[in-house]
Design a protein around this ligand. Sequence first.
Ligand code: TEU
Ligand code: CA
Length: 563
Amino acid sequence: MTNDWWKNETAYQIWPKSFMDSNGDGIGDIRGITSKLDYLKDLGIGILWISPFYPSPLADEGYDISDYYGIDPRFGTMEDFDELISEASKRSIHIVIDMVLNHCSDEHPWFRKACEDPDGPYGKYFYIMDREGDRLPSNLRSYFGGPVWEPLPGHPDKVYLHLFHKKQPDLNWENPELRAEIYKMMNWWLDKGVSGFRMDAIINIKKVLPFHDYPADRDDGLASVQQMLTEQTGILDFFREMKREVFDKHDTFTVSELFNYKPEDLPALIGTDGGCFSSIFDFSTELCGKSPDGWYHAKPFLTADEYRESVFNSQKAIGEKGFFSNIIENHDEPRGVSHYIRQDLWGARSKAAKKALAGTYFLLRGIPFIYQGQEIGMENISIPSIAQVDDVETLNEYRTALAAGLSEDEALQAVAPFSRDNVRVPMRWTEAPDCGFTTGTPWTPLYASPENNVEDELQDPDSVLNFYKKLIRLRGNEEYWDVLTNGEFLAYNEGQSNIISYFRWNGICTLLIMANFQPECQNIELPDEGKHYEVILTNGAPLHIYGNTATLLGWQFAVVQVR
Ligand code: TEU
Ligand code: CA
């Protein structure tokens, strides 16, 4: 029997380098996280997902791990981590760690040994192939640009596979010894007291073998990894084995990063009865508006109608088969308030608009995740020059934009709205230049607007922060927790432009969630006349209902109980 203790929790993602610095070196750390547990508890958080803190050369900010059993000294020590687990547990907060299992760092001892002896046991931990003249084993394009094959250090006749950065060699999951090593490590962390895992880029662990070419989809003659993933079969076998060898042995919460899964696999992936993972992220809205050509061709923000169509399709697809994890941003995506609110509309940056977006995604069926700073309405930053950019993906997309003929200035403007640096700047604890994040100098020259900061928002009853608290309390409320956790999602009024409205219903309680994503007011016809409507939450001004017509003010959000 699995105990789904996590269903009614609110999760919070920490990107440790920029959350809180405890020792003044300008880099966020584990003790910094521990120092903010009371803040998180007060917010109402039950699950903390912490992005990688393992030893790493930081070629991809920690998603390149050189020791799966350690803590990078920049972030602290194992004692600090043990203290974090025990302090979190005192506050009923579950720690979920990031498992990066598709690849490790090229500085991991496994890869070093593979380079020393490609024919030895560690050679089989990776995909190392003989090079036939100039021909590579396939023409796939790495997610971070260029071919996925790189000469094996010390062996010019051989190449190794890296779907991401060349400092992130892919692990060979076909090798049972590698899988056993990984499961041992995962069990070790669970035994230590972590409650679960966020599974990084996990769809990629199954390759289509033998490697072969695909039709080129850009001028570089290469093909997107997506093409291989479309052909992929058999990944569920790995997931089932992992569940058996790891998850089932503990009461593990798992949330997977799975772009491009096959919809028919949803029950096997997260089905309430025997799914491999507890949940997967719903990335439908993140994918909406993107272009196969790259960021320079993507939409910098979505309209409310595009957002609604995308997220409603997901909600309908999952139904009650399982629980998605719902997000509006994470460490790879721009700020939700800058991307999912039409920035050309009057009031787009207002507290009301931000709260409308917050309420709309938060009460969908699934587990709501908040990314650090989202709860105070942090926005995308301004990036004055490409020289200040840290993120490998942004640098690659910038080169792609230049190659497509954009000028340097145009290329920067085009990639800035998507840069992962937008969300990787220090958390705004205060309005001070150091953000209240460090007593030293922050590790990055980039920073977010001082306007949205925790110190001020804790004081302001109408702040975005206090609205998130209300949403979390509502989801935990005795009367509403069941409908907001287990209740069905039912789309309502899908034809009305700039309005997003839906029901949550569990057979006993009916809630109608409504938001108006424009500055002008709008009337919404409520269902069945004669029912009693009780407004239980708004994002500011009271909601007016006359008969069966609700008048939503510009950017108004409301939750109404229909009795
Ligand atoms: O991301 C996986 C992934 O597919 C990314 O390419 C993602 O689509 C992109 O960053 C969105 O802008 C995971 C991690 O979340 C990411 O931070 C890592 O860089 C990546 O894996 C490699 O570990
Ligand atoms: Ca530090």
